[in-house]
Design a protein around this ligand. Structure first.
Ligand SMILES: Cc1cc2nc3c(=O)[nH]c(=O)nc-3n(C[C@H](O)[C@H](O)[C@H](O)COP(=O)(O)OP(=O)(O)OC[C@H]3O[C@@H](n4cnc5c(N)ncnc54)[C@H](O)[C@@H]3O)c2cc1C
Length: 351
């Protein structure tokens, strides 16, 4: 018989677990389906030196503070994996692992969710599949004879020792990887606009406060106080700060072409390179929602908060600010998940 919980959550990273926490509290019957065989979502991947840009206690999911990591302010990704593993156990969340959802379709009674291992039906679906699985590479004309990789495939500086590496991208990943390679490889850093370092005292916690104040002002109909974009893009975590202060993080503008030897700038400048590392971001992983033919706006699904405008009963949690302020962060996703579950509970329980 086809299992028929009231709600299916697709994705068991932090966003799926936060949704599970509120679904449990609402007394709803649900399952969480996750493609990976271990807890941790995207935090299982990433590079060796990857650190959270916020202290542990400001990186918590609803209900339980992330424990401190030794005496260090910014915990490593492995600490987040441990936390998510324990969180899932603590709240006895029904996560089915090694289950890749291939299609979510509307049915007379709600949704049919098809995975590689089986089929579920549900009245409501929360999609929480993240972005790590869809790295974005910009189209740059020309071809390069050396190695190219996206930040998702970067593990650490060791394999690039002595090589000429071009790091592309002015966000946190670009800055962290350029800093990581400093002193080990010969690094050139290319960014679309001059890198904007946030003030040293600003970390993810402050960013969350700013996003919250902005949301509250907009909800009240007050003037837009401006978001974090006005402050800068790059959190000056200690390794980035050290590399910046040593004068090692000097960006040049983005090149416009690749030649077999390396990048080429419009004024004819070239540099020879062995490797290009693209730290150019991600797109939402939404292939499983294709059968629903959701329309998009501004590069993402049309939503009001977490609710998909085109398909009643479908919610999206995580991904980016378009599902809620700071929804793609550990500290921010709880609020978005709470809103999604409140809406589903009102739909299913009438309260
Ligand atoms: C380099 C980097 C650094 C970051 N640093 C921070 C930070 O310091 N602090 C912070 O708060 N945030 C940070 N973030 C942002 C954010 O917290 C992470 O991206 C986080 O992993 C998002 O969680 P998620 O649950 O939305 O998605 P994910 O962690 O990607 O989890 C999604 C889960 O869904 C599964 N899945 C995907 N497709 C399917 C499918 N079709 N069927 C079943 N399962 C599926 C995946 O396998 C995965 O387990 C960072 C992001 C990046 C990329």
């Amino acid at each position: 018989m086809t299992p028929s919980p009231q709600v299916v959550v697709v994705g068991g990273g932090q966003a799926g677990l936060a949704a599970g926490y509120y679904l449990r509290r609402a007394g709803l019957d649900f399952v969480i389906l996750d493609a990976q065989t271990q807890p941790g979502g995207a935090w299982l991947h990433g590079w060796e030196s990857l650190r959270l840009f916020s202290p542990a206690r400001f990186s918590s999911l609803p209900g339980w503070l992330m424990p401190p990591y030794r005496d260090e302010w910014y915990p490593p990704a492995s600490h987040v994996v441990d936390y998510l593993t324990a969180y899932e156990k603590r709240y006895e969340l029904p996560v089915h692992r090694g289950v890749t959802v291939t299609a979510v379709e509307s049915s007379a009674d709600g949704f049919t969710v098809t995975a590689d291992t089986g089929t579920w039906t549900a009245k409501a679906v929360i999609s929480a599949t993240g972005t790590w699985w869809r790295p974005f590479l910009p189209l740059v004309p020309g071809s390069f004879a050396g190695r190219q990789l996206h930040a998702v495939d970067y593990r650490g500086p060791g394999e690039f020792a002595g090589q000429r590496v071009v790091v592309v991208g002015g966000g946190n990943s670009g800055a962290q990887i350029a800093a990581d390679l400093t002193g080990i490889a010969e690094v050139a850093w290319a960014t679309r606009r001059a890198p904007r370092f946030l003030p040293d005292e600003v970390d993810g916690h402050v960013l969350f406060d700013i996003a919250t104040r902005r949301r509250q002002a907009l909800d009240r109909g007050a003037a837009d106080p401006g978001g974090v974009a006005g402050l800068g893009d790059i959190v000056a975590v200690p390794p980035v700060r050290r590399a910046r202060d040593a004068g090692a993080l000097n960006a040049r503008p983005m090149f416009t072409r690749l030649t077999p030897e390396g990048p080429l700038w419009p004024d004819g400048t070239t540099i020879e390179a062995d490797v290009v590392i693209w730290c150019t971001g991600f797109r939402p992983e939404l292939g499983h929602l294709a059968p629903l033919k959701l329309r998009s706006t501004g590069g993402h699904v049309r939503t009001e908060g977490t609710r998909a405008l085109d398909v009643p009963g479908l919610h999206l949690v995580g991904y980016g600010d378009w599902t809620g302020p700071a929804s793609a962060t550990l500290i921010g996703v709880g609020r978005t998940a709470r809103v999604a579950v409140a809406d589903i509970a009102a739909q299913l329980l009438g309260g």
